[in-house]
Design a protein around this ligand. Structure first.
Ligand code: SAM
Length: 281
């Protein structure tokens, strides 16, 4: 045991070498080896003592050890790459009863089956499926207590973007409607092994007790998709893909038909979604 009672753990570089975990691009593998950094990510979820944390893609276990060292009562780690399971097994031995390894595809697993909701999920996500996973979790916002996730900075920019900015789009509207979204800090490519091409950002999403404005998720997603599907066009034109005359919808929502998608805030899109719902009755 080390001085602070945490187990002596081998350096991650040794773990990766011993288990021959050469990173695979197809699995979005960019590993974090710096424990100061992974502990900082873990602390992004607040005090972990007594809490169960779900981690997607533990890989060789860098963030996993940080979550355990920061005091999580249990970490439930879902990993698709079977090559990582032996290394994770060693980590589980070092933290008896506190690390549950779930082999499999996080896209196909229902977190509810692993632990009772609401869930705290912390992950350095595989970039190729990061937004798909996020939308999966936000499909059941009441099941989520908090998400602390590493994204490509460009995706993080979209999550927090305000109207009239280049990054503002479908993801901004939907995520901000359901959650408070905070960028915590950037992480340079050099912090990863191998380094990705772009800077990354750790983001915290906390579902609101209720969505920001009334609307159904389905209609909101449909109007937002139609509006941003042709973001340079005026709404009276872009909304035609909804299959209803756009002008009455826009009038009911109190939005000028000459406006473009990027000028409409979350409140405006919710008004549009309600008008769309009413018109479809
Ligand atoms: N957490 C580790 C770290 O921070 O060093 C690894 C992060 S790496 C960016 C992404 C991890 O997700 C890899 O371990 C990869 O094998 C895993 N992964 C990729 N697709 C997955 C999926 N569909 N389900 C579960 N894990 C997946």
């Amino acid at each position: 045991m080390a001085e602070d009672d945490s187990p002596d753990l081998p350096p991650l570089r040794d773990v990766i070498a011993r288990h021959q975990l050469a990173a695979r691009r197809s699995l979005g593998q960019n590993f974090l080896l710096d424990l100061n950094l992974t502990r900082r990510i873990a602390r992004g979820a607040g005090t972990l003592a007594g809490r169960t944390v779900i981690e997607v893609g533990p890989g060789p276990g860098g963030l996993t050890r940080a979550l355990l060292l920061e005091g999580a009562a249990e970490v439930v780690a879902i990993e698709k790459d079977e090559r990582c399971l032996a290394a994770l097994g060693e980590l589980a031995d070092a933290f008896p009863g506190r690390l549950r390894i779930v082999p499999g595809d996080a896209l196909a697993i229902a977190e509810r089956d692993l632990a009772p909701p609401p869930h705290t999920i912390v992950a350095n996500l595989p970039y190729n499926i990061s937004t798909v996973l996020l939308l999966k979790w936000l499909g059941r916002p009441a099941d989520i207590a908090m998400l602390v996730l590493m994204f490509q900075r460009e995706v993080a920019d979209r999550l927090v973007a305000a109207p009239r900015s280049k990054s503002y789009g479908r993801l901004s509207v939907f995520c901000q409607w359901l959650c408070t979204v905070e960028k915590l800090f950037d992480v340079s490519p050099q912090a990863f092994t191998p380094p990705p091409k772009v800077t990354s950002t750790v983001v915290r999403l906390t579902p609101r007790p209720a969505p920001l404005f009334p609307a159904t998720a389905e209609s909101l997603q449909m109007v937002v998709a139609a509006a941003f599907g042709q973001r340079r066009k005026m709404l009276r034109s872009s909304l035609k893909t909804l299959g209803l005359a756009p002008e009455p919808l826009l009038e009911a929502a109190g939005i000028a038909p000459e406006k473009r998608a990027e000028e409409i805030d979350v409140e405006g899109f919710c008004a549009l979604a309600r008008a769309y719902d009413a018109a479809r009755q």
